[in-house]
Design a protein around this ligand. Structure first.
Ligand SMILES: [Zn+2]
Length: 137
């Protein structure tokens, strides 16, 4: 199990945060928290860009968040053209971390409003990969 399986396309293989995928498969959305300064990171980071600490700990997110802003894309980079149009959202999780993720396809564009309650949930993909998305509560 490794980070290779995350998302539609492979970007990075970060062995230190490889458990992120395992947690997603267990239905858990995990962030990492810097032990030194307490900053929370999602997606999880193996080290803290703020104080360069490598002492990070896993923290499960409740998934409860509120919509801050969103945009619907009608153009896409290679590998994402089949998904058009898709809606990208920035949401504020109750733990304080901001999450950038795709909206669930079952969400109607006319239902979307700033401040609405959302849930960040794991999303298994047909090709055996896994990612996460924002769903209406
Ligand atoms: Zn830190």
């Amino acid at each position: 199990m490794s980070f290779d399986k995350f998302g539609k396309m492979s970007y990075v293989s970060e062995t230190k945060v490889a458990d992120f995928v395992k947690y997603l498969e267990e239905g858990k959305i995990m962030a990492t928290r810097c032990i030194r300064c307490g900053k929370l990171y999602f997606p999880p980071r193996a080290d803290c860009p703020d104080d360069l600490s490598v002492d990070m700990t896993w923290q499960e997110l409740s998934g409860r968040c509120k919509l801050l802003t969103y945009t619907t894309a009608h153009f896409a980079p290679v590998g994402f053209k089949d998904d058009l149009p898709y809606t990208l959202a920035l949401a504020q999780c109750e733990e304080g971390v901001k999450v950038f993720a795709l909206f669930s396809k079952d969400l109607n564009e006319n239902e979307i409003h700033i401040g609405m309650d959302l849930r960040l949930t794991p999303l298994p993909l047909p090709n055996g990969r896994i990612t996460y998305e924002l769903k209406k509560v």
